[in-house]
Design a protein around this ligand. Structure first.
Ligand code: PLP
Length: 380
């Protein structure tokens, strides 16, 4: 039977490939972005509590109202923007679903969607499957800044969405107030929608603040903001997140959401809502992850790898150009096979080949594993 693939160029994601290779070679896996430590037992207890209490049937389509209210309060508290939980917030099966649903709801055939490379790998397929055309702009190393003059040059009447991500995967950089102001200026007077992937909002270091688009009313009014409980509460396997957007956009979002997911895990929604009541459960995260970043950087300081400390996210890029001239995909495989440590080659986050001498390490791991990683990397 002939199958006409909708994504002919896509294979298995690099994250699955490298995790499998890491397991086969017994390598320390700092590749895939997931926490390597236990969750707060309270969150597990709360989930079991709601299961035992019988909260096991379909939740309302947009999410449990109490959870949507808690999300709206948290956004208002942190960034000062008021969303109506009834009409402007939807609980999703993780941020990836939220992004895909937003693209499906908002992108029409032939619409252009501006993406910045390197980028999280679900963005471009999400655009293409919905008939959109990815328009790529490369971030400018070494600080991976957005060239706003280029953005301005490339937008036109077909530009439907600009998709931003801060803190950024894979580079660990964050957008600054000036970036958001430039973006606001550029889209002012247009029909361009912003999709803002803010899954690492609580991982911002060295006293910097997270520049959510919700801090900027002129951006929030045209944005779908996406967040992930998986990232925030160390439960990536739960695949729980949410989207927030102005009511007319959220109405379109929900039209799609109701047919591809309908509603998300009920007992977890109640558990997350109860867990969020205590703000310390997320207020300590920047400090928690900053310590891990520092530990990892201290451990690799005397190695031949070079780095600019991550400003946010739980990823650190290491430049291996002093060690080898081989391709980053080859280097990543060799590190796994020969040195028993796994990272993700950064070129896979580019539509073309990318710069090719950078590896992404996830430092959301136990301190012992970070120290062991440093030990290994120092000898390469
Ligand atoms: C930038 C970015 N967006 C979205 C996601 C996906 O989040 P979720 O697991 O909630 O779907 C990830 C996960 O790695 C990510 O790095």
């Amino acid at each position: 039977m002939y199958l006409n693939s909708k994504l002919p160029a896509s294979g298995t994601t690099i994250f699955s490939v490298m995790s499998k290779l890491a397991a086969e070679h017994g390598a320390l896996n700092l590749g895939q972005g997931f926490p390597g430590f236990a969750i707060d037992p309270l969150l597990g207890e709360l989930t079991r509590h709601y299961i035992d209490k019988g909260y096991n049937q379909y939740a309302p389509m947009p999410g449990v109202p109490e959870l949507r209210k808690a999300i709206a309060e948290k956004i208002q508290f942190l960034y000062g923007h008021a969303y109506d939980p009834a009409e402007e917030i939807t609980v999703t099966a993780g941020a990836t679903q939220a992004i895909y649903t937003a693209l499906t709801a908002l992108v029409h055939d032939g619409d252009e969607v501006m993406l910045f490379a390197p980028a999280y790998d679900s963005y471009a397929p999400g655009v293409e499957l919905n008939g959109g055309i990815p328009v790529w702009i490369e971030l400018e190393p070494p600080h991976y800044t957005i060239q706003w003059d280029l953005v301005k040059k490339l937008i036109n009447h077909r530009t439907r969405v600009i998709l931003i991500n801060t803190p950024h995967n894979p580079t660990g950089t964050i957008l600054k107030e000036e970036d958001l102001r430039q973006l606001a200026n550029i889209v002012s007077g247009t029909d361009i929608i912003i999709i803002s992937d803010e899954v690492y909002e609580h991982m911002v270091f060295d006293g910097a603040r997270h520049e959510s688009v919700t801090r900027y009313p002129e951006l929030a009014d045209r944005a779908v903001v996406v967040a992930s409980f998986g990232k925030t509460f160390h439960v990536t396997g739960w695949k729980m997140g949410y989207a927030a957007a102005p009511a007319p956009m959220m109405a379109e979002f929900r039209k799609v959401h109701q047919f591809n997911v309908f509603s998300c895990n009920t007992p977890m929604q109640y558990a997350l809502c109860a867990y969020m009541e205590d703000r310390t459960h997320w207020q300590g995260l920047p400090g928690f992850y900053q310590k891990k970043r520092n530990l990892f950087l201290e451990a690799v300081r005397n190695s031949a790898f070079q780095f600019t400390p991550a400003e946010g996210s739980y990823f650190q890029l290491l430049d291996y150009s002093r060690i080898s001239a081989e391709k980053d995909t080859d280097m990543a495989v060799r590190l796994t096979r020969e040195h028993k440590i796994t990272a993700i080659p950064v070129s896979v986050f580019y539509p073309g080949h990318g710069p090719g001498h950078m590896l992404r390490f996830c430092f959301a791991k136990n301190d012992e594993d970070l120290l062991r990683a440093g030990e290994i990397l120092q000898h390469i």
